[in-house]
Design a protein around this ligand. Structure first.
Ligand code: NAP
Length: 279
């Protein structure tokens, strides 16, 4: 029986997930299809219910449904309940299990692509949206010594900081960067189409010389945030690895086997190059 998977979002046509998940399934010789399932909010419940069919493997979930999908699932696994968001659904015997692989995917990207473990480090995160939330919880789980969240809307940063208590501080303006081992852009500043393509949340003045700068924006590949860090001679990591590793963790939840990460990177990079050439 051919199994079905896909990504549920609105809009979802731009998603790279079909490109690299199809490449991964084909490489692993698995008879699994993966589609982009454009789903307006009013159709979310029926879409998720459809995943209970025997031929459904599961789904990824993206904006704007990561929180709204939770009431339609049977169980939450991993960090998803604490994060309060699900980006991966797995169907087993008609039951639906929700996971969050965004935060763990970010940690995996740090470790495998930047050779950096957040354990014991002070981390500064710009942004307090859905992506930042997953990243903060995953950083704490991975043993970060402290996490500082800077957000234009302070209340959003405070609401994340309140939950784990102790190790998280919220700011409306950036504190001095000295003392942070990892600095992350989890805002949409710098993203193509955001209206803020030429902006960065910081210029890295005073950053510790050994700091790692991570931008989770992946279009374009080179952002103002990454360029500012490079100008100061800092190590940098772009947003594509987080995207690939969240997908790789989802692949493993569905199939039970390790994901062919290199194949997924190649497929995504090829597609991004095609899109950049056409932009
Ligand atoms: P979101 O929930 O809409 O949050 C957006 C964040 O950006 C908020 O903190 C917002 O601040 C801030 N922001 C937006 N415009 C700003 C401005 N002009 N000045 C200062 N701050 C601004 O979005 P999200 O889902 O967290 O995604 C954030 C970015 O991460 C997007 O670019 C997305 O593409 C990227 N992302 C990448 C991955 C990956 O796998 N690499 C995964 C998820 C998301 P306020 O709270 O003040 O509005």
């Amino acid at each position: 029986m051919t199994r079905r998977a896909g990504i549920i979002g609105y809009p979802v046509a731009h998603s790279l997930s079909p490109v690299f998940q199809r490449a991964a399934f084909a490489h692993a010789g698995l008879d699994i299809t993966y589609e982009a399932w454009e789903t307006p909010p009013a159709e979310l419940e029926i879409r998720v219910h459809g995943l209970r069919a025997p031929d459904a493997l599961g789904a990824n979930v993206t904006i704007p449904h990561k929180q709204a999908v939770i009431p339609f699932l049977d169980e939450l696994g991993g960090l998803s309940a604490r994060i309060g968001a699900v980006n991966t659904i797995v169907q087993r015997d008609g039951r639906l299990f929700g996971f969050n692989t965004d935060g763990p995917g970010f940690i995996e990207a740090l470790r495998r692509e930047a050779g950096t473990d957040p354990s014991g480090k002070n981390v500064l995160v710009f942004g307090a949206g859905g992506a930042a939330r997953g990243i903060v919880f995953a950083l704490l789980e991975a043993g970060a010594a402290s996490v500082s969240i800077v957000n234009r809307t302070l209340a959003r940063a405070e609401s994340i900081a309140r939950e784990p208590g102790g190790r998280v501080t919220a700011y409306a303006e950036s504190p001095p960067l000295f003392g942070y081992g990892i600095v992350i852009n989890a805002t949409s500043l710098g993203m193509r189409g955001s209206g803020n393509e030429s902006n960065s949340p910081c210029d890295f003045e005073g950053a510790a010389p050994g700091a790692l700068a991570v931008d989770i924006v992946y279009t374009p590949r080179s952002t103002p945030f990454l360029r500012a860090a490079e100008t100061r001679g800092l190590q940098t990591l772009g947003g594509l690895p987080m995207l690939i590793y969240q997908g790789a963790l989802a692949f493993t939840h569905w199939t039970g086997i390790p994901a062919p990460v290199d194949v997924m990177f190649e497929a995504a990079e090829r597609e991004l190059a095609v899109r950049a050439a056409g932009a």
